[in-house]
Design a binder for this molecule. Structure first.
Ligand SMILES: Cc1cc2nc3c(=O)[nH]c(=O)nc-3n(C[C@H](O)[C@H](O)[C@H](O)COP(=O)(O)OP(=O)(O)OC[C@H]3O[C@@H](n4cnc5c(N)ncnc54)[C@H](O)[C@@H]3O)c2cc1C
Length: 454
């Protein structure tokens, strides 16, 4: 080790859920690991993503449930207050955006922590503020994503929010325009509406949740409209300006005005910033190319959003197990994303896995579709208010297995669990049909959908 160089077994660049897990596992296994993080150990998920957003959703859900009391359980008066939500995010979720506990967890396992922005110098050297960290066994890139900001004229000069400001705000605006009808945009839209914010969501494609089965986005739009949201689809923003309010001009000529604007139009990998050309990767590529062992090139692995295989914490954690085993030289199963579940935590929740019906047909599969409406199941019917949803199964007729499924409804993400197992284990449909599902559960609706496979 010289003054400006440290030699170690492994360098982990970026300590979000993926990097933190790999670095911690390797350190716990006795490997010498340097973990480098420019912001907060834990990354987007605990500080500006999954966890605080789900706290917001939990609070919004309570408001909605309270409003559903009339006609079922008495009467209710609901007075939303953002203060406890903001305080819970500050104190319980993020420790006031302080990562001391996470850093200590890593160093407690024997890891060496470096705060700073790293850049690849070669396949085994990462530089931070002029100091080089040289890895004798592996470099793991886990630098994640940031909010992707579309090049809409005027937008860059306005004080718009990304997920960062949306999560950190102590107060809600009176009105908001949400650009982007994907999972993040849809979830936050519903939170705002339920807290009494005058909310518009704009999705340039034909429907909300464009990656899901079309029926899911359509039904979600219906639910959001019933909660007072202005849902605009099939037209994008062409101009944004700001005076004392945001003015968003749409492609169809309409103008929207609101106190705040949230940009939720996807996530972006920045390979240029990490010096990807030093390992022979085009810095303009959309993601780091990895093989099924998550290897980029000799001695370099990647995990998480930066691999472009699904921007979910559970993908980062799944990949982390593989990379840890690969670096330790332990046997492991190569990555397979055929049974990758995803959940949009709106109410109703939209859980899905594998292929949608159209994608399965495009893939040349002889498709059977089976569907059950949640309100027509025993549990959905008795649930009554707030029971919107459906279960849709996509089967491969020839192989007799499910290749995809959507479970939208109350606890739709939980119902997805059984469907995840079925797709993952390629359980024969006949086997699924012979199961006994408890009455009257929401997941019993899967039996009805199996009966409809045709
Ligand atoms: C609002 C929102 C809600 C979400 N909800 C969910 C959800 O419910 N479920 C789910 O599964 N996923 C959810 N996600 C996605 C989830 O947060 C990400 O998939 C996950 O955080 C990815 O982990 P990662 O380790 O790949 O990267 P990140 O969490 O992005 O972490 C990467 C880390 O690397 C650091 N870094 C970057 N470049 C450098 C550098 N050059 N040097 C040093 N450090 C660097 C960054 O500072 C960051 O801390 C949500 C995301 C958002 C924004």
């Amino acid at each position: 080790m010289s003054d400006n160089q440290t030699t170690t077994d492994v360098v982990v660049l970026g300590m979000g859920p993926g990097g933190e897990d790999v670095a911690g596992n390797l350190a716990a296994a006795g490997v010498s690991v340097v973990g480098i993080e420019a912001e907060l150990v834990g990354g987007e998920c605990p500080y500006w993503g999954c966890i605080p957003s789900k706290m917001m959703i939990r609070a919004a859900h309570l408001l909605a449930e309270a409003r559903r009391i009339p006609g079922v359980a008495g009467s209710s008066t609901v007075t939303p207050d953002w203060a406890p939500v903001a305080e819970r995010i500050r104190a319980e979720a993020t420790d006031n955006w302080d990562d001391t506990v996470a850093v200590d967890r890593f160093t407690g396992k024997g890891g060496t922590f470096v705060r700073g922005r790293g850049r690849l110098v070669s396949a085994n050297i990462v530089e931070v503020d002029g100091h080089q960290y040289s890895a004798s066994r592996a470099v793991v890139i886990a630098t994640g994503t940031t909010a992707s900001i579309p090049p809409i004229p005027g937008l860059a000069d306005t004080p718009y929010w990304t997920n960062r400001e949306a999560i950190q705000t102590a107060e809600l605006p009176r009105s908001i325009i949400v650009l982007g009808g994907g999972a993040i945009g849809a979830e936050l839209t519903q939170v705002y509406a339920r807290f009494g914010v005058d909310t518009t969501i704009v999705e340039a494609l034909d429907r909300l949740l464009p990656l899901e089965e079309p029926e899911a986005g359509d039904l979600l739009a219906e639910v959001l409209r019933s909660e007072g949201v202005n849902v605009v689809t099939g037209t994008g923003a062409t101009q944004v300006s700001y005076d004392d309010a945001f003015h968003v001009t749409l492609a169809d000529g309409r103008e929207l005005v609101a106190e705040q604007l949230l940009v939720a139009t996807g996530r972006r990998v920045d390979l240029d910033r990490i010096g990807a050309d030093a390992i022979g990767v085009d810095p303009k590529a959309r993601a780091l190319p990895v093989d099924e062992h998550l290897q980029v090139t000799d001695g370099v692995w990647a995990v998480g959003d930066v691999t472009g295989r699904g921007a979910f914490t559970h993908v980062a954690m799944y990949q982390s197990k593989i990379v840890t085993a690969a670096i330790l030289g332990e046997p492991h199963t190569p990555a397979d994303y055929a049974a990758l579940p995803r959940v949009t935590f709106t109410d109703p929740e939209v859980g899905s896995i594998g292929l949608g019906a159209a994608a399965a047909r495009e893939a040349g599969i002889d498709v059977l579709v089976g569907r059950a409406e949640v309100p027509s199941t025993a549990r959905g019917w008795l649930h009554k208010t707030g029971n919107e949803g459906f279960i849709q199964l996509v089967a491969d007729r020839r192989r007799g297995v499910l290749v995809g499924a959507t479970s939208m409804g109350p606890n739709g993400g939980e119902v997805l669990g059984m469907l995840t197992l079925a797709v993952h284990a390629r359980t024969p449909i006949e086997e699924l049909r012979s199961m006994i599902s408890a009455y009257p559960t929401f997941h019993r609706g899967i039996e009805d959908a199996l009966g409809q496979l045709a």
